[in-house]
Ligand binder design. Structure first.
Ligand code: APR
Length: 231
């Protein structure tokens, strides 16, 4: 089976009702990004950050995967698929994708604030636990924090993602402005023998000289067109 790797961003969840970050009315227009999504912001005011992620986590109860996520899962019938996502929502999982690498963490998980990547203290919250409070402790006694990779923190899964990108026969970029590294740099690992597709209703500045087929549509319609092209 050919290997197909998908690099997804906030745009694939837009049609599910989850705001993107940099579109007009995006999340970073409403919130000061360094205050709610950086390690400095968390250290300065952990309660504000914990509550910001409580709101985003609870929103997961009101949204569901859209056709874009569903078709990413359906591609598993025809290809060996790995989804590398910058998204922290669980919509790829709920749509049925099996191999998913979350580069920026997962909203439904919490971890230790002493050592966020210690697997012993990373755990999945049940819906009834979606509201994390100051004073809630991880197994090492530290404050429980969202299992999110904030600006200023390492991206532990980037190595795994780069290995997948190197093996891709087809690389699909969907719903990301390719603004944030190291995620945006994954394209550099993709063989020049691979076919690269971009699904985005807008033009996306990608600094590369390689041929990219731009399907200038939203995620659902764009994934339908991609299926017609590659299946
Ligand atoms: N279908 C597909 N793409 C869409 C849609 C849609 N319906 N609506 C918007 N888009 C595109 C936008 O045109 C844009 O290119 O999705 C992209 C969203 O870009 P960003 O808001 O920058 O989101 P993303 O690229 O995922 O951000 C990367 O930045 O703030 C950090 O950690 C955060 O993971 C995030 C990272």
């Amino acid at each position: 089976m050919k290997k197909l790797v998908i690099l997804s961003g906030a745009g694939i969840s837009a049609e599910s009702g989850i705001s993107t970050f940099r579109d007009s009315d995006g999340l970073w227009e409403k919130y000061p990004v360094m205050q709610v999504a950086s390690i400095e912001g968390y250290e300065a005011d952990p309660e504000l950050v914990i509550n910001f992620y409580n709101e985003r986590r609870k929103q997961l109860l009101d949204v569901k995967p859209n056709q874009g996520h569903v078709l990413c899962a359906e591609l598993e019938k025809y290809f060996d698929v790995t989804v590398v996502t910058q998204n922290v929502d669980n919509l790829h999982e709920r749509a049925g994708s099996h191999k998913i690498i979350h580069l920026h963490g997962e909203l439904t998980k919490v971890c230790s604030s002493y050592n966020p990547n210690n697997p012993r203290y990373i755990r999945e919250l049940k819906p009834e636990e979606f509201e994390v409070k100051m004073g809630d402790k991880a197994g090492d006694g530290s404050q429980l924090r969202p299992f999110i990779v904030w600006f200023g923190e390492d991206v532990p899964r980037i190595g795994d993602a780069a290995c997948e990108a190197e093996k891709a026969d087809i690389f699909v970029i969907i719903g990301t402005s390719m603004n944030v590294y190291p995620a945006a740099g994954l394209l550099n690992y993709v063989s020049y023998n691979a076919d690269v597709y971009l699904i985005d209703p807008k033009d996306v500045r990608i600094n590369t000289d390689r041929k990219i087929t731009h399907i200038k549509k939203g995620a659902s319609e764009g994934m339908k067109e991609l299926m017609r092209l590659i299946v």
